[in-house]
Design a protein around this ligand. Sequence first.
Ligand SMILES: Nc1nc2c(ncn2[C@@H]2O[C@H](COP(=O)(O)OP(=O)(O)OP(=O)(O)O)[C@@H](O)[C@H]2O)c(=O)[nH]1
Ligand SMILES: [Mg+2]
Ligand SMILES: [Zn+2]
Length: 291
Amino acid sequence: MKTGRIVKLVSGVYQVDVDGALYNTKPRGLFRKKKFSPIVGDVVDFEVENESEGYIYHVHERSNQLKRPPVSNIDHLVIVMSAKAPDFSSQLLDRFLVIAHSYALSPSIVVTKKDLLTDKASQDLNERLEVYRELGYDVEVVGRDDAVEQLFTNWSEGLVVLSGQSGVGKSTLLNKFHPELSLETQDISKALNRGRHTTRHIELFKFEKGYVADTPGFSALDFDHIDKTELKDYFVEIEDYGTACKFRDCMHMKEPKCHVKAQVEVGAIREFRYQHYVQLYEELANRKERY
Ligand SMILES: Nc1nc2c(ncn2[C@@H]2O[C@H](COP(=O)(O)OP(=O)(O)OP(=O)(O)O)[C@@H](O)[C@H]2O)c(=O)[nH]1
Ligand SMILES: [Mg+2]
Ligand SMILES: [Zn+2]
């Protein structure tokens, strides 16, 4: 018996890493009966067969799990946005943050392509990002020629997952830090035309002390698991101030004596953050239930 971590899934075969040795394994039939599948990131026990093959018979309990792409036991989620091409959008960032919080992950934020901004635009962006720093997020801004070692030192252990829209430069960041990876990157115009990610599957890359993965971004489907009543908990300041509303189950929409709306009025909660909350709340309330 051996224990290792699933680093890759290719046509039903799970590649498991045990201290640098790779095994091609398959799950035992018992998982199928339970409608349970192992996913990348899982720590598994398996029986070795034919030296480098094996059968998974036990999956260790997951500390967390992203649904799309399926990956588990994430230690650090990094949301990557670009300053330009595609343009920075706080609405998109807020959606990524909601998804991260819905999986109980505390994300950090990296904004790339600073070099494409004029000084003025760079200053404006910094002001917009200051809001997120005040909310407690770690925000870093990098350009093409900036060193990124510093960025990654905080994330050198455990499993680090980079997530973000296509073309923001996730693979480029990883290549800078680990040139030996030589991940495929793509001209942004081509990426947008194709409408899909250059990076399409999830794979964990192993380093001295941990793993790192580059994933495709989220889509609208990724809000499926979020109930509209829990959305308020995923905007940190709304959750904070919300405890002082008159009604315990206040959704901060049209309720009277809403402390959140009062804080928006006085500017303690940014208007744009509240608007993003309201928009998303309405989308979740109006979506068609799928069975
Ligand atoms: N000017 C500039 N271009 C960058 C920077 N980072 C990435 N790029 C370019 O942006 C394009 C897309 O980068 P990728 O690393 O492929 O983006 P990705 O996030 O991995 O995209 P997907 O794999 O499609 O999800 C490439 O042409 C990169 O060279 C940067 O800091 N500055
Ligand atoms: Mg990529
Ligand atoms: Zn309220």
